[in-house]
Every structure is written in C-alpha cells, then in structure tokens.
Write a new protein. Structure first.
Length: 134
C-alpha cells in the first residue's frame, strides 16, 4: 500500500509542477493527507488539489484554487484551507461543502460546522451534513 501512496504523491508533484513558483521566490504549500481507513489520499500543492482513491487508483476529484494552504482532519471530515476557498470533504473524498473566503479570515468550529469571518465575504459556513440546526 505504501508504494501506491508514494507513486500517487510523486505523480502529483510532477503534474502540478510548482517549481516555477519557487524560482520566483514565492512560497509553495504542499501537503499529503492519507485517510487510512478509507484508503483515500488528499494531495495539495500551490494551486492544485486532488483526491485519489488508492484502492483502485481512481481520481475522486481535482480542482484549481487560488492558493492551497493545507488540510486538517476533523473527526469524520477533512477540511481544505486556501487563500480564497475552503472545502469540506467526507473521509472518502467526496466534496460536501464550499465556502468563499478572503484573507485575513477567522475560523470558528461549532457543532454546525466551520464558520469563517472575513472583511470581504462576511460570514461563510462549511456545514456538517448531519448537524441539527435550530
């Protein structure tokens, strides 16, 4: 299984090719998150994000974003943070929610989901699908 993990990561690095950004002195975020129980790989670098099902090497999703900042696992979900967009995924890599944000933004976790506060977009949410709202 780890050979597939490194194969997918190597392929993604070659495909996204963020080296030109380094040459220009721009920082490049790169992160790999493996969800072992679903054998799902989340990859993010520069302005490209991809999710791969490693059991069958099936691309689940891929998109371009303004600037990828990182992933964070929250219980049964994966959060993708970016400069202008944030996403909520289930552990199988399916996109559950999207929020437009603008830095600087504040992040708050509640029982309903993740709330973002920014000057331009105001309040935006990544709501957990099973959250009960009043």
């Amino acid at each position: 299984p780890w050979r597939l993990y490194f194969f997918a990561a190597s392929f993604f690095l070659a495909w996204s090719s963020p080296s030109w950004r380094r040459d220009m002195g721009m920082p490049v975020s790169f992160e790999v998150l493996l969800i072992e129980e679903t054998f799902t790989l989340f990859l993010g670098a520069a302005s490209v994000v991809a999710v791969v099902g490693l059991s069958d090497l099936r691309p689940i999703s891929q998109h371009r974003t303004g600037e990828f900042w990182g992933f964070e696992r929250k219980d049964g979900y994966v959060l993708e943070f970016g400069e202008l967009d944030c996403f909520l995924y289930d552990l199988h890599g399916e996109t559950l929610a999207h929020a437009s944000v603008d830095p600087p933004y504040e992040t708050y976790e509640t029982y309903e989901g993740i709330r973002f506060e920014s000057l331009v977009f105001g309040t935006q949410w990544l709501r957990y699908p099973d959250a009960v709202r009043n």
